[in-house]
Structure formats: C-alpha cells, structure tokens
Design a protein around this ligand. Structure first.
Ligand SMILES: [Zn+2]
Ligand SMILES: [Zn+2]
Length: 467
C-alpha cells in the first residue's frame, strides 16, 4: 500500500518539476493541483495510528502527518551535524555521490525504512540508507563538510587518500580467488566446481544500484545465448537480505542464480570497488576479463571475450572449422580491424576529419584498447608498431596510415608532409582502396581500406595486382 502511494507521489513530484522547473519546497505544495487526495501523502499506518516520523524540525509546515520529504529548504539541524545547511542543498550534494538513488521521500513506519529514490524507485534500507553503500562510498565522503569540500562557505578538508588495495583489473590472467557461498535458492555455489567445465560470468551487484539493474537484462541475454557453449552466469549479491532480492527478481521477472555475499568478503577478495563489476573466469580457472560499470557496449565487450575464449579454448572448435592457429589469429585480427574502422568512421562523422591517432578514438569511440593489439602479437607477447609511425599514447600493433606523423624515412625514404596528406593524395589515384589500417604481423599483411574492405597485400600494396 505505502509503496504504491510513494510511486504516485513520485509522479506528482515529476509533474510539479515539469511545470515549475524546480522541486516543490514541501509535499503539501503538491496539493491539490498535483495530488488531489491528500491522504496519498500519508502512510496508511499513520492514518490508522496518527504516528509519523520523528524528525520534528523537518515536518511539513501545513501537513504535519505526511511522509518525510528530504528536499525541503529547511535547515539540517542535528542531522549529520549539518546545522544551517539546507536539506535540499545537502541532498543535491549526495546526488553527486550516488545519483538518483538518493531518497526524496521516506517512510519510517515499517520494519525497514521505505525510500522513494529521486529516480522513482522504491527500496528498503535501515535508518541510514547510506549504509547500503558501505564498501562503495568512502564513509568520510558522506560527511557534510566533505560533500561541500569544494565550496568556499565551509572550510575545505584534505581529500581522503585514495584506496591502496588493488582493483579487480589486477586479477586478469591470475587464478580467480576461490569461494563458496550459499545461494538465494538454498543451494551452495562453489566456484571450484565449475573449473574444467564452465566459463563463469560473475556479476557483483545489488538491487539499489541503478547501473547493476541496467546491466542485468544484458547479462541474462548473454547467459542464455552462450549457455549451450558452457557459459554460466552468477549474480553475486552484495549484503542484501533475501526478501529484498526476491521481491526485485519477482518484479523484474528475472530468473537467475544469486549467490549471497552477505558480508562482502568475496567482493573484497576480488578487489571490487564499484558495482556492477563483472568477472569472466575461464574453464582453466583464470580470470580472463573484468568489466566495471554498465555501458551500451557491455554486450559487445563481454561477448567478444567469450567468443575469443571459446575459439581459443576449444581445439575441437578450431579443428571443425579447419583453422590453423595462424588462420584463427587472422580471423580475430580481421574482427579488430573492422571494429577500429567503424570507430574511425564514427569519429569522422562527429569531427568532419580523421583522427590524428588511433588513440584519439579512446574512450569515446573505442573503450577497449585491447582491440588495438593484434591477437597474434598479444599471443607472442611482443607488441610492435611500424617504425616511425608509433601512436603517441597507446600501445598498438596496428599501423594507422592516416596518422599525423610526417612520412618517416622508413616509408619510401620519407617526405615533408604528413602521412594523412600523402595518403589523401594516394586516394586521388587509388580511390578508397588505399589502406587505412594495416597489420604487419601476418604474411601477407592484413589491411582494411579507407572504404572498409579487408584485403591482403605485401608491404608495398601499391605494387600488388599491377601487372
Ligand atoms: Zn509507510
Ligand atoms: Zn594482426
């Protein structure tokens, strides 16, 4: 009942914001235009018992029985020692930390506090909803003086030192820390049981985390698409009670296996600092990939790793396609070239010219710099670039022929013009067949042309096919 009311209050606040370009000062401002029935602002329990929240100095001036509204212009008083700081300013600073998860309205009359988040979701917490973020937000960051640390009105404090523990990325190519946890369904999850059998996709998450919720359907999709090839998905929940998780899964109709990391010790083992954090563990028990956060490219990134693993991990798969290791490397390299080419095209569309370097694509057009290394070179452990044409910022094994370097002496003796100027001249002669990106790891060399065609050539492609 109360939850449904809170959802209606959210709609009313949104309507008020649209009209006024600002939040209401008090919930009573919503009556009668945005909420015709004032009872919707009063918890059903309050209606029966007349009990309401006990934060006297934040009570609504016109309707003292309504929910606690957190974005009023009233001073914080003894809350977190905020004194004269207005609640609204304080909350806006909190949103800088955790975004739309900050509660705008709260109801304290239930066993667990019900919070209406700024973004409209209703979730439970203890008295301090901030505790939901234990482990993800430095406790000191919540302090009022730190939230306003950049403001001249309060004395600045030295920033807290950066965490010294290692992050989850450090686990890549190392054995995945072993763990076993009880699951939401009562069974036990044991990572070791999957070794030699499955590729395991771990997802550290919580229901209160917006990006986790955003990523989850994608992960479920991936799990479904790859389950036939031995990939298993486990959504490791952090520190939430089973009821909250169950309700969330019911609401979203997600059918997933949820190991319960009740004290966060497994997340700690994995160096998880923010969620969602996804970890791909190979059948050999080695961490292959760590992805932190949700992004539109999440699916592409994770499936590429899975595809590579499945291709590399199963000699049978390679054999059935009759691919030699060199051919496999080549086909993976071709995928990289296509992705880099697409990123260059996207860059050109936005900027009206080609990037000066492949590193200009990172991170807006290309968020995974691994793509800039030929799988063959990575295997060999030696990343080499064509001499004189190195990228100034990233390690790449690909030669970007439209870069901003002067034509070096290693290329036909050099010239006092940039590679790009020279290549653009060549385009007048050869059209879009001019190579844009080249991989010299293979013999013959692998090219992707300015027009997006993959082709093989010798180092001096200009001579090829000219008989
Ligand atoms: Zn209530
Ligand atoms: Zn290559």
């Amino acid at each position: 009942m109360c939850i449904r009311q809170l959802e209606k209050v959210h709609q009313a606040i949104q309507a008020y914001r649209r009209d006024h370009k600002d939040l209401p000062n008090f919930l009573s401002d919503l009556v009668p235009k945005y909420i015709s029935d004032p009872d919707l602002l009063v918890c059903p329990i309050t209606r029966k018992t007349k009990r309401t929240h006990s934060v006297e100095h934040l009570k609504d001036p016109k309707m003292p029985l309504v929910y606690l509204y957190e974005f009023s212009p009233l001073p914080m008083g003894d809350i977190w020692g905020g004194g004269q700081v207005r609640m609204r300013d304080f909350k806006r600073r909190q949103m800088g930390l955790v975004g739309g998860e900050v509660p705008i309205v709260r109801c304290f009359l239930h066993e667990r506090v019900l919070n209406l988040a700024f973004d409209g979701r209703v979730y439970e917490s203890g008295m301090n909803w901030e505790d939901n973020y234990a482990g993800y937000v430095e406790p000191a960051a919540w302090r009022v003086e730190n939230l306003f640390a950049d403001s001249p009105r309060t004395a600045p404090r030295p920033p807290s030192p950066p965490p010294v523990e290692s992050g989850p990325e450090d686990l890549v190519r190392k054995p995945a820390p072993e763990f076993s946890l009880s699951q939401l369904d009562g069974n036990t999850f044991d990572l070791a049981a999957h070794q030699h059998k499955h590729i395991v996709l771990l997802d550290f998450w919580a229901t209160w985390c917006g990006p986790c919720r955003a990523a989850m359907p994608t992960l479920v999709d991936i799990a479904r698409d790859y389950s036939g090839r031995g990939v298993r998905y486990f959504a490791v929940n952090l520190r939430e009670d089973p009821e909250t998780i169950r309700r969330y899964l019911k609401d979203t109709r997600l059918d997933i296996v949820v190991p319960l990391d009740k004290d966060g010790s497994v997340a700690k083992k994995y160096g998880v600092r923010g969620i969602p954090t996804m970890v791909i563990v190979g059948v050999d028990g080695i961490v292959k990939k760590v992805h932190v956060g949700s992004s539109p490219r999440l699916k592409t990134e994770l499936t590429r790793t899975l595809d590579e693993l499945l291709a590399a991990n199963s000699p049978e798969a390679a054999a059935t396609e009759n691919l030699t290791p060199a051919q496999l490397e080549k086909s993976q390299c071709e995928q990289n070239l296509k992705k880099i080419f697409a990123a260059v095209k996207a860059y050109q569309k936005d900027h009206g010219n080609s990037p000066n370097w492949l590193s200009d694509l990172v991170p807006t057009y290309l968020d995974d710099t691994n793509i800039l290394i030929c799988p063959g070179e990575r295997q060999a452990g030696a990343v080499t670039t064509y001499p004189g044409l190195e990228d100034p910022r990233v390690k790449t094994s690909y030669t970007y022929d439209f870069c901003a370097r002067e034509v070096p002496s290693t290329v036909w003796g050099g010239a006092p013009i940039t590679m790009r100027e020279w290549k653009n001249r060549q385009r007048k002669l050869y059209g879009d067949a001019v190579p844009m990106i080249r991989c010299t790891h293979h013999d013959p060399i692998l090219n992707i042309s300015y027009g997006g065609e993959l082709f093989e050539s010798s180092l001096t492609w200009e001579g090829d096919g000219m008989t």
